[in-house]
Design a protein around this ligand. Sequence first.
Ligand SMILES: C[S@@+](CC[C@H](N)C(=O)[O-])C[C@H]1O[C@@H](n2cnc3c(N)ncnc32)[C@H](O)[C@@H]1O
Length: 373
Amino acid sequence: MPMFDIIAASAFGLESVVAGELRRLGYSELTVENGKVIFRGDESDIVKCSLWLRCAERILIKLASFKAKDFEELYQGALNIPWENMIPENGVMHVTGKSVKSDLYSVPDCQSIVKKAVIEAMRRRFHRSWFSEDGPLYKIEIALYKDIATITIDTSGAGLHKRGYRQDAGKAPLRETLAAGLVYLSRWTPERILADPMCGSGTIVIEAALMGRNIAPGLKRAFVSEDWPGNWKKLWDRYRAEANSAIKEVNLKIHASDIDRKTLRKAKDNAERAGVEEDIIFQKKPLEEFSSKKKKGCIITNPSYGERLGGEKEVIELYRKMGQVFSSLETWSFFILTSYRDFEKIYGKVSDKNRKLYNGKIKCRFYQYFGPM
Ligand SMILES: C[S@@+](CC[C@H](N)C(=O)[O-])C[C@H]1O[C@@H](n2cnc3c(N)ncnc32)[C@H](O)[C@@H]1O
């Protein structure tokens, strides 16, 4: 099987978490850069990582990286790629692009130059001048950064956060990939109690349950590379079958509550679609009533933070209450994601650690208060 440079694209701030996942999957030679982790692998590695990575945004094949200060350099660099080994005669060649700090700043022009080069390479290989483009999809990206062109092919299709379970997203949902990242960063393990008292559409608790049961996050969705000719379909079938038999029956202690009945209904429906409804106890309950007699537990939550929900007064009131309610659970650990800058001041306690993360475009901080494990 041919070997590739594979890129696991990541949200900013989660690169080291994605690298950790890759190490646990057995990959040791990793290059971690802003927004991506790069490693070597073949088709089966692409399938395995697409199915199992919980925090990566997509899996790309890096085809080439070269200096391109003008259109001719871009065309020649793109033409040198052995496209004919990647794309079949009927492949749909869809080129997207971006350009940052580069002389070639017109993205539509860069896209059409790359498309021309791909078509020329295909012409030489298949000895024809017209391609029907009615077969499997090949999404090619030309990314220019400081005059270096990087050309990739996307193997995922829809972003990896689209697991297939969330049709009803609630008011301000977290990306599934970020929710999984929060669970990893909390160091929660499946034998421990986990609660989200402002669960919204349930993303955090559902991602935790998927982890606890060892359910591959990509098991219930489709990927573009499944339709590619060659070994792909066989590999997908094999890795899906393996992932199905890797699912564990575990007695999880995961609790989810929210003040809003309709939102909670959505969370339950999402959990059902994810196949983890039996693993989570859902309750309609305001945060103020959250309590537990258990000595140890872990709260991971993403309260409303003004930009998307409620006004500032409500947010301040909610955070003050959170500080009071959580202070009675002295030996628990708390993990709170919010974009509200004065969070610690209103909550009443400085975190042991905080980390900058992005929920979509919103810059947030993940405040971490570690109790005894
Ligand atoms: C930002 S959303 C959570 C989104 C969630 N992480 C998801 O992925 O869908 C905040 C949630 O807090 C809930 N909430 C607000 N005030 C609350 C309170 N006092 N008690 C319980 N839930 C509350 C809202 O109903 C909303 O669903």
